[in-house]
Write a protein that binds this ligand. Sequence first.
Ligand SMILES: *[C@@H]1O[C@H](CO)[C@@H](O)[C@H](O)[C@H]1NC(C)=O
Ligand SMILES: *[C@@H]1O[C@H](CO)[C@@H](O)[C@H](O)[C@H]1NC(C)=O
Length: 313
Amino acid sequence: MSRRVLVRSVVGAAAVIFLILLFHIPDVRTRYNYLSTNEFIASAAAALKAPGHFEIRPTKTASYIHPTASVLPDKIVVIGRLQREDTDWVGQFLPEWQNAIYTVDNTSHALHTQINKGREANAYLSYIIENYDKLPATIAFVHSHRDGYPAGWHTDVQDYDNVISLQRLNIPFVQRNGYANLRCIFSPGCPDEVQPFRDPPKELELDGVLDKDPSLDDVMKDVWPLFFGNNATIPEAIGTPCCAQFAVSRDQIRKRSLAEYELYHEWLMATKVSDAVSGRVFEYLWHVIFGQGPVYCPELEQCYQDVYGIGHR
Ligand SMILES: *[C@@H]1O[C@H](CO)[C@@H](O)[C@H](O)[C@H]1NC(C)=O
Ligand SMILES: *[C@@H]1O[C@H](CO)[C@@H](O)[C@H](O)[C@H]1NC(C)=O
């Protein structure tokens, strides 16, 4: 190869790489001081290649990677939304799922919560309470926006897209494990977002303003015995990847009684703490409610493999 051809090839390759990078770097920065999904996946991929960082194991769960539609067709996606939010994408792009979309701010909609209080937890609990005896096998709880950055920043798949997330969801894993957090990336949430005994407790910052409410740490200390019994040991740390998008099995939901879900909902309706705090109480309790320990932070690679069948071959 002549020198000139070589130089041209190198310059051409560099230009292509530059363009690829250009279109993959999110150009919007939010108040969330977190890595975007694409940034994280890039750094995780680099880490995976670094010797000794992650051990690449054979795919133990290979049989779960390609669930066939016929195995468990009865599944539903549950969403809480403001009436101005467009959720047509659910019926349009997820026809293989039933859906239950609760409007939280207008009681004349067929599915609605009584009041708009407690963020998505209100819709999620309302669905469980109203359908406790007629649940399908798999129930996915997700937010109302479909995709994109920054709105969907916490959705942990290509294009932050909940359609892809639900289409790829490894249903047999949900059935086997009972619960799957749809987000694998640790930040924010893992490993110890809530620390009931932290002194001083961590104050919440909302839009750069310190929240004047009781802190999540303190509220959790009160809620834990109320929800799980006076003798339940309050853990030092509670953590899971953020943002309250997850899937559970019917069997797992029914391991708790209807009365327990009613109790959670009563607390949510009665509490005087802000929605920012009460919503987060549930954000960091769903995994516990659905059978996991206080810290549920599966290793990233294993999580992608289990939840989405994304694995190393
Ligand atoms: C509530 O929803 C109904 C049905 O879509 C609509 O006709 C009505 O205007 C809404 N009310 C308010 C206050 O937005
Ligand atoms: C809670 O602990 C107390 C004291 O150890 C014990 O007497 C009581 O039976 C326990 N209650 C339950 C529901 O386990």
